[in-house]
Design a binder for this molecule. Sequence first.
Ligand SMILES: C[S@@+](CC[C@H](N)C(=O)[O-])C[C@H]1O[C@@H](n2cnc3c(N)ncnc32)[C@H](O)[C@@H]1O
Length: 281
Amino acid sequence: MRLLNKLLGERSEQSTPKPIETAPLVDEARIEPPHTGSRESLVALVDSFPYWYQNIYLGQGVYTLSSPTLHNRLWQCLEPMLPADLAGASVLDVGTNAGYFCLKTKLKGAGRVVGVDNMDVFLQQAEACRAIWGLDIEYRKLDANHLHMLNQRFDIVIFTGILYHLKNPLGVLEQVAELCNDAIVVETEVIPPTRESVVHVRLGRRGQVAVTACRQGFMKFIEKDELNEDGSNWWVPDTECVVGMLRTAGFTRFSQPHYLEETRMMLVAAKRSPSLLKLTP
Ligand SMILES: C[S@@+](CC[C@H](N)C(=O)[O-])C[C@H]1O[C@@H](n2cnc3c(N)ncnc32)[C@H](O)[C@@H]1O
């Protein structure tokens, strides 16, 4: 969310991406949404927001952004792990933003779909996109730290681009595990596995504890806005740390990690076997 607050406050040529005619990675364009209105009204809708994070097809060749971004590639990676038809499975999208994954899962046959976010502006974008697509999706303003307030259970939880925004990621993952029947899709900034990291800490059985070199299983604290000038980034875990937290929360089976970029990793974790999602490559 680069310079998000600044962008939301200052409207400029640079911060107003122009809708484009084609975006090859965004395959919603294979079908037209039912409630597009005129092309001009779609362009006006896109322009009425100073900033879009997600690239969503609105019909008539209009997209919210000028090119595909991370979540479009994430979907390409995730879709083969989903059944062809979600057959009424319920989905919760935490940090839904403009609702890209809610739209995609609903179009794939999901039943109850709920998207939560703590920022009004993104929920407004999500609602506008939902109305154009004419889909039954519920958006709620809710902080991820309070997911227990939903008082609902879901088959699939989408947890992408959110873990590193949380001060207490393990506590939130424990809440997710409580309300998740089957599987969670996690995507996050990570410490790259391609570079060597070493942390020395005391480990060992009682009486044999010694300072030991650890090469994985840790999380870097981001105190201020050192990452992307975004003060809402708190932690960068490595992949083993993500898996360890998911195991601690109650997930038992894991897909291979998929690296969308050097420092962006996606994996699926399941609580039950068989899972609706395919965990093997
Ligand atoms: C990097 S974006 C990721 C959006 C989307 N999940 C994706 O993968 O494309 C982070 C989103 O999480 C939301 N968010 C950040 N912290 C949150 C919190 N504590 N509770 C709920 N939403 C939060 C932001 O408003 C933003 O929409």
